[in-house]
Design a protein around this ligand. Structure first.
Ligand code: CTP
Length: 404
C-alpha cells in the first residue's frame, strides 16, 4: 500500500493556554499512531491546563516550555534550540491556538518559546484556534485570522458548540480528525485549489423499502463519498453531501442531506444541482426497487415467495444537460475497464472512477481503495492501493485536470 502521508513526518505541535489543551493529548497520540515524529512546545499558560510530562510520555520526546535553559552556564549558552527545532520540522501545528497567540504571531512577537519557533519556521504552519465565542468572534481576532491566512498560514477554524463558559457558539477546537486530515492535505502538497467551487457529492447505499421493517440495500459504507467531501472541503470547496444511510461522521461545515431511497436521492440531487459546479456520484444507487411497499409488516404466514421489482431512475443519466462536471463511479467484478468505459459514454460523464471488487482491500467497507481514473478521452490512469482519503484527494486533482 502507498505510504501514509504522515508516516516519518516531523511535526512540531504547539500547545497554548486554553481548556482545549487537553485535546492536544489525543492529537499527539493520533499523530504518533500515524507514524509521525512529534515534538511539543507549550506556552507558559498551557501549563495551567496540561503537564509537559503528559506530552513527553505520548510523544517520547522532550517538551519545550522555556526559551532559556533552566541552569544557565554563567548566563551564556550558545544553543539556538529554537532555530534547530524550526529547521527540523516538516510542519508545525498549533492546537489549540488562543486568540492571544494568534495576535502575537500576526504582530511578529517572539516572547515565549513557542513564538520563537514560529518566527524561525520555514515549514508550513497550521493553526487550529479555540476560544470562548466573544473572544473568537471579536473583530480583532477575525482580522488576525484573515491576516495570517493572507500571509500563507493554514487554518482549521473552530466549530460551533457548547463552550467552557456554558455559552453556545463558535470557538470549540475543530475535531482532532479534521486537524489531522488538514495536516495530511498540507503534507501531501495540496492547497486550497477548490476555493470558489461548489461541489455536490453523493455517498452510501440507497435502501429500497419492502415493508415498514425490511429493505433491499447494498454493502456500500459511504467511506469513499465521505472522504471526498472532507478532502474537497479542506481544499476550499463549498460542499453539499447527499448521503444514503451510513455510519460515517462528517465535518459540521458540510451541508449534509440524508436520504433513504434512490428516488429520494434523485429528488435531492435535482434540487441541489443548480447551486453547484461539480457533481461526484459516489453513491451506490439501487437499480431496482420493490414495485410496491407493503403498508404493514409482511408476516411469515403470508408465504412470500417473490418480490416484484421495478427499475429506479438513473440519476446521472437524468443530468446530462445540467451543464456541470459530472463524475461517476463504477464498482465492477469483471470486464472492469470495458464496463467503466461504457458507463462513461452512456451517462455522458466527464470522468469515471473505477474500482474492482477483485482487488484486495478495495471497494465496500474497506478504508483503502485501488482506483483507476478514466477521463472523457477514455485514457485510464491507474493508481496503487491507498487510503480512501488519499484516493479522494487524487480524484479531486484529476477532476481539476479534466477542468483544463
Ligand atoms: N448511478 C445513478 N443512478 C442509478 C444507478 C447508478 O446515478 N440509478 C450512478 C452511480 O452513482 C455511479 C454510476 O452511476 O456513479 C455507475 O453506477 P453503477 O451501479 O456502477 O452502474 P449502473 O449504471 O447501475 O450499472 P450496473 O449496476 O449494471 O453495473
Amino acid at each position: 500500500m502507498q505510504d501514509d502521508q504522515l508516516s516519518g513526518k516531523k511535526i512540531i505541535l504547539g500547545v497554548t493556554g486554553g481548556i482545549a489543551a487537553y485535546k492536544a493529548c489525543r492529537l499527539t497520540r493520533e499523530l504518533i499512531k500515524r507514524g509521525a515524529e512529534v515534538k511539543v512546545v507549550m506556552t507558559p499558560s498551557a501549563l495551567q491546563f496540561v503537564q509537559p510530562l503528559t506530552f513527553s510520555s505520548l510523544s517520547k520526546n522532550d517538551v519545550v516550555v522555556n526559551i532559556f535553559p533552566d541552569s544557565q552556564l554563567n548566563g551564556a549558552s550558545m544553543k539556538t534550540w529554537h532555530i534547530d527545532l524550526a529547521l527540523w520540522a516538516d510542519l508545525m501545528i498549533i492546537a489549540p491556538c488562543t486568540v492571544n497567540t494568534v495576535a502575537k504571531i500576526a504582530a511578529g512577537f517572539s516572547d515565549n518559546a513557542l513564538l520563537t519557533v514560529v518566527s524561525a519556521l520555514r515549514s508550513p504552519l497550521l493553526i487550529a484556534p479555540a476560544a470562548d465565542m466573544d473572544m473568537y468572534d471579536n473583530k480583532i481576532s477575525q482580522k488576525n485570522f484573515q491576516l495570517l491566512e493572507e500571509m500563507g498560514c493554514s487554518f482549521v477554524m473552530a466549530e460551533k458548540g457548547e463552550l467552557a463558559s456554558g455559552l453556545e457558539g463558535d470557538g470549540r477546537l475543530a475535531g482532532i480528525d479534521k486537524i489531522i486530515d488538514a495536516a495530511e492535505i498540507i503534507l501531501s502538497g495540496y492547497n486550497k485549489d477548490l476555493q470558489n467551487k461548489k461541489i455536490l457529492i453523493t455517498a452510501g447505499p440507497t435502501n429500497e423499502d419492502i415493508d415498514p421493517v425490511r429493505f433491499i440495500g447494498n454493502r456500500s459504507s459511504g467511506k469513499m463519498g465521505y472522504n471526498l467531501a472532507k478532502a474537497a472541503f479542506l481544499r476550499g470547496a463549498d460542499v453539499t453531501l447527499i448521503s444514503g444511510p451510513v455510519h460515517e461522521n462528517i465535518y459540521p461545515e458540510i451541508k449534509l442531506i440524508n436520504v433513504r431511497s434512490a428516488s429520494d436521492m434523485k429528488l435531492a440531487v435535482h434540487k441541489e444541482i443548480k447551486n453547484n459546479n461539480i457533481l461526484i456520484m459516489a453513491a451506490a444507487v439501487a437499480d431496482y426497487k420493490p414495485a410496491q411497499i407493503a403498508s404493514k409488516k409482511l408476516k411469515k404466514e403470508d408465504k412470500l415467495d417473490q418480490i416484484k421489482l421495478t427499475p429506479t431512475d438513473d440519476i446521472l443519466s437524468s443530468l446530462t444537460s445540467a451543464g456541470i462536471k459530472l463524475i461517476g463511479f463504477a464498482l465492477e467484478t469483471h470486464n472492469e475497464k470495458a464496463n467503466a468505459l461504457k458507463k462513461l459514454k452512456n451517462k455522458n460523464l466527464d470522468m469515471i472512477v473505477l474500482n474492482s471488487l477483485k482487488d484486495e482491500n478495495s471497494g465496500f467497507e474497506y478504508n483503502t481503495n485501488r482506483i483507476t481514473v478514466i477521463h472523457k478521452n477514455g485514457k485510464p490512469v491507474v493508481f496503487p492501493l491507498m487510503s480512501k482519503f488519499q484516493a479522494a484527494n487524487i480524484i479531486i486533482s484529476e477532476i481539476l485536470k479534466s477542468n483544463g
